[in-house]
Design a protein around this ligand. Structure first.
Ligand code: ARG
Length: 458
């Protein structure tokens, strides 16, 4: 069949060229946005007297019919069509005759596709934000449950200072909260309507771009028609926000994988979110967390792909830009899939409190507190640090821990040591003393939980 755009050429293209050129197999998912956008366009055309109200009513009813038929499965996509825009127009014209041909007045596929993607992605952003919220709720509930479960906090993956599992979990809640903030911010810039920019230069018709923008729930309009059809920075921004989100999920996954290992055994994932080995019967593998970590690279790749596609493009539209959709859709699909599995995985995760405690008791993670003890009794920190260090060295030599050294040993290092030092270096005391805002004490963690919950409910 000759193409709708047959004009200077006869529109008879090779099949292989059609297959290469077409985007319907991935842009058909925007049918709802495409049709809704066209309904607003028809209404605008009639409102401005560019087509008659009767024609607009016919077009809108026809579009509604197509939408319903696609929703119900009555109407199937024609994969021979170049893209979703051509498909809708083709069905409309088949159903309505000549009136259908009036819809594409004062617009172009260039502004149409830019409109569809923005509408599609802002819905995706809402969905992703809701999923991140669910994850924050799950993380926060776990933090609440384990707000006094002592574990070693690490730097350089070396045991550093005692913290609680709740405190560690709340760190992720904070990151995820910023991810939501970034996504909401991205949506603000995305929610500007490009429809009416037309092919690139605007139009000679007396259109009303604000009518369409408001009708479709946009906050404003793209103020330069070349920009409106040419840029895909909103896709890049979304993908970079998604990349940061995935980076957070990936770090969290990495910890879940470590914590699940026999070397740590800090947590146990629910059987429902682990897999076995086909050969080693003892295995319980954290595949979900590993896949989230793995898929992070894929989302970064989507971002890089589109950045690279766009970098050398002259204004305005170039067909290269059709590559935007597979990248940004894949990034959204991947992130949603990861979140959908992450939420219940976290929800059902159980902590092994006694293993955490055991690990906390072994790494001299109260050595800072021992030094602080001397400082509070008047010794300069550097000197106290030195004494604490030699006591740790002595413990290592004698295969013991600070808690078990006799008072005489302490006294041999400094007269300032008294019986109360043991209370000071007790792990629970170490945690409970860290009452600074954002710190690890139960009260501080509870305050963090309350704050995050209030942010989520806003
Ligand atoms: N399928 C195209 C895309 O996704 C729609 C825009 C086509 N515009 C054009 N001038 N050929 O980019």
């Amino acid at each position: 069949m000759a193409k709708m755009w047959a004009g200077v050429t006869d529109g008879k293209t090779e099949k292989i060229a059609d297959d290469f050129n077409s985007s319907i197999h991935f842009d058909s998912r925007m049918y709802r946005q495409d049709i809704t956008g066209s309904m607003a366009h028809a209404a605008m055309l009639a409102g401005k007297g560019i087509i008659s109200q009767k024609d607009a009513d016919t077009l809108i009813a026809g579009l509604e019919g197509i939408l319903n038929d696609l929703d119900s499965g009555m109407l199937e996509f024609d994969w021979e069509c170049e893209d979703i825009h051509m498909f809708v127009e083709q069905v409309l014209t088949q159903r309505l005759g000549d009136v259908g041909k009036k819809l594409h007045t004062a617009r172009s596929r260039n502004d149409q596709v830019a409109l569809d993607i923005r509408m599609y992605l802002r819905d995706e952003i809402n969905e992703i934000i809701d999923l991140v919220k669910m994850l924050i709720v799950a993380v926060t509930n776990q933090a609440q449950q384990y707000k006094d479960a002592i574990m070693p906090g690490y730097t350089h993956l070396q045991r550093a200072q005692p913290i609680t599992f709740g405190h560690q979990l709340m760190a992720y809640a904070m990151m995820l909260l910023r991810d939501i903030d970034r996504l909401a911010d991205c949506k603000k810039r995305m929610n500007q309507s490009p429809i009416g920019c037309c092919a690139l230069a605007g139009t000679t018709y007396n259109t009303d771009r604000w009518f369409e923008a408001k009708n479709l729930g946009f906050d404003g309009i793209c103020m330069n028609s070349l920009d409106g059809v040419s840029d895909r920075d909103f896709c890049l921004e979304l993908m970079s926000d998604l990349s940061v989100l995935m980076m957070h999920l990936s770090r969290f996954s990495e910890e879940i994988i470590l914590w699940s290992s026999w070397e740590f055994k800090f947590i146990e994932l629910s059987d429902a979110f682990t897999t076995g080995s086909s050969i080693m019967p003892q295995k319980k593998n954290p595949d979900m967390a590993e896949l989230v970590r793995g898929k992070t690279g894929r989302v970064y790749g989507d971002l890089m792909a589109l950045l690279t596609t766009l970098k050398g493009l002259p204004l305005a539209y170039n067909k290269d830009m059709q590559e935007d959709k597979e990248a940004v859709f894949d990034a959204c699909d991947t992130v949603k899939m990861c979140l959908k599995v992450f939420v219940p995985m976290i929800d059902t995760m159980k902590a092994n409190i006694s293993n955490m405690k055991k690990a906390a008791q072994k790494g001299f993670i109260n050595a800072t507190d021992l030094a602080d003890y001397l400082v509070k009794k008047g010794m300069p920190f550097r000197s106290a640090y030195k004494i604490s260090g030699s006591l740790v060295a002595q413990c290592i030599q004698n295969d013991t821990v600070l808690e078990d050294l006799p008072l005489e040993t302490y006294k041999a290092h400094s007269d300032l040591f008294e019986e109360d030092l043991y209370q000071e270096i007790d792990l629970l005391t170490c945690v409970e003393k860290r009452i600074s805002e954002g710190g690890t004490s139960v009260a501080s963690v509870e305050a963090q939980i309350a704050w995050v919950r209030s942010q989520i409910n806003e």
